[in-house]
Design a binder for this molecule. Sequence first.
Ligand SMILES: Cc1ncc(COP(=O)(O)O)c(C=O)c1O
Length: 438
Amino acid sequence: MNQSTVEKLALEREIEELQARYSNANPRSRVHLSTARQVLPGGNTRAALHYDPFPVFIESAEGARVIDVDGHSYMDFANDLTAGFYGHSHPVILAGIRSALDNGISFGGPHRYEEALAKAICSRFSSIERVRFGNSGTEANLMAIGLARAVTGRPLVLAFHGGYHGSFANYLGAEMPLNVDKPRLRFARFNDEEDVRRVLEKDGAQTAAIIIEPMMGSGGGILADPTFLANLRVIADECGALLIFDEVQTARFSPGGLQDLVKVRTDLTTLGKSLGGGLTFGALGGRADLMDRLDPSLPGAIGHGGTFNNNVLTMIAGQVGLTKVATAEALHGANARGDTLRQSLLAAARARGPVLSIGAYGSILSLHFQPKAPRNPAEIATTPVQRKLFQLDMLLRGFYVQRRGTINLSLATTDEDCTAFTEAFGGFLDRYSAFLPS
Ligand SMILES: Cc1ncc(COP(=O)(O)O)c(C=O)c1O
């Protein structure tokens, strides 16, 4: 047997052993999956929550912890894939929701809470003069794209390879059958101005918008270069297209989102996840002259409905969360905590040998077992097996993490939680360094 076969067999044995430990530790979750399978495809209704051999089923959550059906209490470092940024069941948000419950939760008419949330958003994001609500980030992005097409009268939209704008606008990899609108999309490489110019040289006059996550979330926690984003603004203006930032994940980085940190003024911005205070939420905001095309009192208004767009509970949870929980101080504190954790994890890896790079920004950290952080998804070299070792081992150590290796802090995460995470990560490295690149 040659060296690589020996290594492969050793890795297989290690995975088998880890998987057996994980299965033995989680008997109730295992059973839950098989019963859920009878009524849900694969026991699942949100693909991102699936991982093999089976996910732990969650029973409850509070503050910075989630508890699974087998009684394990985890420190939560996934935080609902960034949507749980305010921490679980924040008392101030719960009080807001409770105060609403006896007053009716679905009015079927306009009300003051939607204006209050809209005001909170418009006062924080300098490019947002008007806002319209929906039920998810996906909806917000589809609305943004549709509005851009309607106001420019152009059919095409430029997006980026590896981008994720929702379940029907998923450009992560292989062709997604559920994606809408495939023939009218064009793609360029993330962080590559020349590639954007190449695409637009041909199609610029027909392009309604450039849509981008200023930090790729699902695509690997990859931050866009500030210069690249600034150049997109220039390029969009040159060809008469609108610039849309999908800030569904990145709005948390400062009160005015990532766009405020890089000082790029967008035409339209999409929001979602934590900004709904933990309830179902999405929003599109932007320039008044564009957004006012949705004003139903105007002739030729663009129609946009949605039964739950102004759901009372969401509007209240969102407004309370934004004004009372996600203060500028809290956001900056979370970013600083994330930066400290970043340094500690890098030091833990350096001390033990495996290579580690950490992408993303502030309170979101994206771990890659490779020497340099990727600048676009094609540069990700960490393998699915390495991701599996990391996730299952960290779960067994009591830390709730995603398979994709992204760590999302919440406002409930403490310095002590981060220290404990670093120690556990050291334990993971001690055990599995032989299977990670050095
Ligand atoms: C950047 C980004 N945009 C859009 C979405 C879609 O949001 P939702 O899942 O609420 O439809 C997501 C969700 O992961 C996201 O990360």
